[in-house]
Ligand binder design. Structure first.
Ligand SMILES: Cc1cc2nc3c(=O)[nH]c(=O)nc-3n(C[C@H](O)[C@H](O)[C@H](O)COP(=O)(O)OP(=O)(O)OC[C@H]3O[C@@H](n4cnc5c(N)ncnc54)[C@H](O)[C@@H]3O)c2cc1C
Length: 229
């Protein structure tokens, strides 16, 4: 990534942090919910990707030892002021706010930008942009993650991210595995069905290459992290 692009991304990141911090602190005039500040653990400061935020909007990380009480300990770094955006709450609140403020939602598949008459188009069509922008270089990225059930919500008020070295899938796709956990909650699911563990990041994988075996590997990596048999 070029330095110019990085500085644009950080500028957006600083503004986004400040916006969601106001929501997390319950000071936002329109959004009462949707973001919380959570302690978050990484193996080292570089892996966190958060160092550019330290001293601008965030506090420095601390060196900590996680002790799982089963003989397994992990040396990690902790940032106490990471913002977790609860996507389902936030997106629902945002949609409600926009509807209340007379923004009209039209759901329709388009095949060309010329089908939209408005002056501005925010193109957030994901992999659909490949066709719309005639961009052959766009790749899909596949991820495997597992939603948890019947958790103690109070025990999940933190996030952990551990990244492993890049590998290749059986079919030669670039595969990055990680172990992560955070208190994701799907809309219309039980109050205790909280938490997601992951994950993979496989460049170029599609439904034709589901890489199903990765779900077992996600579980195995999670158990290994906590020292569980
Ligand atoms: C299983 C899973 C879980 C995830 N969980 C999290 C999470 O907990 N937190 C998090 O931050 N991120 C999560 N992510 C990543 C996150 O979902 C993506 O980063 C995010 O959805 C990207 O948003 P987007 O709007 O750019 O694209 P998308 O979500 O892909 O949305 C694109 C939209 O454009 C529409 N579209 C495409 N082409 C056209 C067209 N020609 N005409 C009209 N409409 C079109 C599509 O139907 C789609 O609705 C997860 C991803 C996956 C796969």
């Amino acid at each position: 990534m070029t330095q110019k692009l990085k500085s644009i991304i950080y500028k957006i990141g600083f503004k986004a942090y400040k916006f969601y911090k106001v929501i997390a602190d319950k000071r936002h005039p329109h959004f009462a919910d949707g973001a919380v500040v959570l302690p978050t653990y990484f193996e080292n400061r570089d892996d966190s990707g958060l160092e550019p935020y330290v001293g601008v909007v965030m506090e420095p990380a601390k060196d900590v030892v996680l002790d799982f009480g089963n003989g397994t300990t992990r040396y990690m770094v902790a940032y106490d002021d990471v913002i977790f955006v609860d996507v389902s709450k936030m997106m629902t609140a945002l949609a409600d706010y926009l509807k209340k403020n007379k923004v009209r939602f039209i759901k329709k598949k388009i095949h060309s930008f010329s089908q939209i008459r408005d002056k501005f188009i925010v193109n957030c069509t994901g992999i659909g942009a490949k066709e719309l922008s005639s961009d052959d270089k766009m790749l899909s990225v596949q991820g495997h993650l597992i939603m948890l059930k019947n958790q103690k919500v109070a025990d999940l008020q933190h996030m952990i991210f551990v990244y492993f070295k890049e590998k290749a899938t059986k079919s030669g796709q670039k595969l990055t595995r990680s172990f992560y956990i955070f208190p994701k909650h799907l809309p219309n699911s039980g109050v205790n069905d909280v938490g997601v563990i992951g994950a993979t990041f496989i460049k170029g994988a599609t439904s034709l290459t589901p890489n199903q075996e990765e779900f077992d590997i996600v579980l195995k990596n999670a158990k290994e992290f906590y020292g569980l048999k």
